[in-house]
Design a protein around this ligand. Structure first.
Ligand SMILES: N[C@@H](CCC(=O)N[C@@H](CS)C(=O)NCC(=O)O)C(=O)O
Length: 219
């Protein structure tokens, strides 16, 4: 039996969704975030990184969403939810599978960290820190994020999905950066992004995964 160690309100929601799309049986171990939003120490007993998701099956303990998605599809997918390997859509699939965590998430995370710096500083330096963080955001994160948002929107304009004409696990991987961007930052007037989010949120497997995973603030 597959076990997923799942942190509430987190990117591990995608793994539950993938398993629901494939109709596979699995067990969910749910963890609550601490007051500072970090994962509880019990997750460190499961994997040295102490982050979520972590998959366990038959003695295997695997962290990192992209690796978990690849493992599940390779072991249990029977060719579903991925384009043929080596085809143009298969290469796009690989690109977005890695891009989601490797390139899309870092500037989103940086923006979140910058926004939290002033509130964690002594009260008398908060105004100056707020101004400094806003300047860094304007110069560094904002233009980068705008480029990423444009990339998502123009990719979706082609077929509605990230890796060709069919829904694939690349769409599942991309869901979290897009949900985080749309709910925390706003994606402007790019219509293909909210359209994509509305379509994935309406999928029965997505709804079932939310029921299994518990609180999820991004849908
Ligand atoms: N790139 C990793 C990121 C893992 C990660 O940072 N997970 C977050 C959940 S959104 C986490 O566990 N955060 C809690 C913490 O860092 O304490 C993946 O995709 O699995």
């Amino acid at each position: 039996m597959l076990t997923i160690h799942h942190l509430e309100n987190s990117r591990s929601q995608r793994v539950l969704w993938l398993l629901e799309e494939l109709g596979l049986p699995y067990e969910v171990k749910r963890y609550k975030r601490q007051a500072d939003l970090t994962a509880p120490p019990e997750l460190r007993a499961v994997h040295p990184l102490g982050t979520s998701p972590v998959l366990e099956e038959a003695g295997l303990v695997l962290a990192e969403t992209g690796a978990i998605v690849t493992y599940i599809l390779h072991t249990h997918g029977r060719g579903r939810l991925q384009p043929p390997e080596g085809s143009p859509d298969g290469l796009r699939y690989q690109h977005f599978l890695h891009y989601a965590e490797g390139s899309a998430m870092p500037p989103l995370f940086l923006k979140l960290v910058l926004s939290r710096i002033p509130e964690n500083a002594p009260i008398f330096v908060r105004p100056i820190l707020s101004a400094a963080m806003a300047a860094v955001d304007q110069r560094l994160t904002k233009p980068r994020l705008e480029r990423h948002f444009d990339y998502w929107d123009s990719t979706l304009r082609e077929s509605g999905w990230f890796a060709g004409p069919e829904f694939t696990a690349a769409d599942i991987m991309m869901s979290f950066p897009m949900e985080a961007a749309a709910s925390r930052i706003g994606i402007g007037l790019r219509s293909h992004i909210p359209d994509f989010l509305a379509r994935i949120h309406a999928r029965p497997a997505y709804r079932r995964a939310i029921e299994r995973g518990g609180p999820y603030a991004y849908a």
